[in-house]
Design a protein around this ligand. Structure first.
Ligand code: NAD
Length: 259
């Protein structure tokens, strides 16, 4: 993967940052993206570049803004000369019963978790087609395959990602480009830390009870999925050995969706 350009959306934290580090360690030039204090992100950008001796560009594109998404992809192509690997990872969550679900939260989750994936793909594909090579990896969720209560927008968006993944895979199947989705179970990241608190409120139970009886109750292994397990699966899908894997939704969920 030496010298390939990888854009990873939502990579200032959690799963996206682990994927950015993994692809950097394999010689990719990296575009990191996400929200947060600019000085902290600049320190992170420099640290990843220095540690792996590769070029790292930061894009502050807001994934709810199609114009900013298009600008991010154009800047990546102008700076590095190609867009080879696209990892759609940015995501947000809101947990509430559907009849209390704020419409603006629905709109934001659909925009960031689903429509952004359409916009990155639509703008990155011409670069991949020109190179006759590309890898699109969408970080969906076990919630792309099954539902849980109080997560209507998130579950709808993640199911939508799987449909989009299959469609894109079929459209570009003869052009050296693959498109797959990864469906993680629970991973302990800032997003899940937030959900633990929200679920405790919605269900009227303690945070310890949420971890034991709600989150890990769904995962037969009774363990959180680890960041490096997801980042290494992503790197495998980005490699040449995965050229025949396309249009799939791969669970990495401790057995959750086997039930
Ligand atoms: P996280 O909160 O740690 O990271 C989310 C990232 O997205 C951050 O970098 C944040 O800045 C970025 N982001 C949020 N809104 C954005 C916006 N409008 N524009 C640009 N960037 C934005 O979360 P995470 O747990 O690492 O989640 C990453 C992805 O993995 C999400 O798509 C999530 O749905 C998915 N996922 C997470 C879990 C889990 O248990 N943590 C399980 C399955 C799937």
């Amino acid at each position: 993967m030496n010298g390939k350009t990888a854009i990873i959306t939502g990579s200032t934290s959690g799963i996206g940052l682990a994927i950015a580090r993994q692809l950097a360690s394999q010689g990719c030039r990296i575009v990191i993206n996400g929200l947060g204090p600019e000085e902290e992100i600049e320190a992170l950008r420099r640290q990843v570049a220095d540690e792996y001796q590769i070029d790292v560009l930061y894009s502050k594109a807001d994934m709810s803004r199609p114009d900013q998404i298009a600008a991010m992809v154009a800047t990546a192509a102008d700076t590095f000369g190609s867009v080879d690997i696209l990892v759609n990872n940015a995501g947000v969550q809101h947990v509430a019963p559907i009849d209390d679900f704020p419409p603006e939260k629905w709109d934001a989750i659909i925009a960031i978790n689903l429509s952004a994936v359409f916009h990155t793909i639509r703008t990155a594909l011409p670069h991949m087609k020109a190179a006759k090579w590309g890898r699109i990896i969408n970080i969906a969720s076990a919630h792309g395959l099954v539902a849980s209560p109080y997560k209507s927008a998130y579950v709808a968006a993640k199911h939508g990602i799987l449909g989009l993944t299959k469609t894109v895979a079929l459209e570009v199947a003869e052009q050296g480009i693959t498109c797959n989705a990864i469906c993680p179970g629970y991973v302990k990241t800032p997003m899940v830390e937030g959900q633990i608190a929200d679920q405790a409120k919605s269900r009227g139970i303690s945070t310890e009870a949420v971890v034991r009886d709600v989150l890990l109750a769904a995962q037969p292994t009774k363990e959180f999925v680890k960041l490096d397990q997801i980042s290494k699966l992503t790197a495998f899908l980005a490699g040449d050995a995965a050229a025949s894997i396309t249009g799939t939704a791969i669970p990495i969920d401790g057995g959750w969706t086997a039930q």
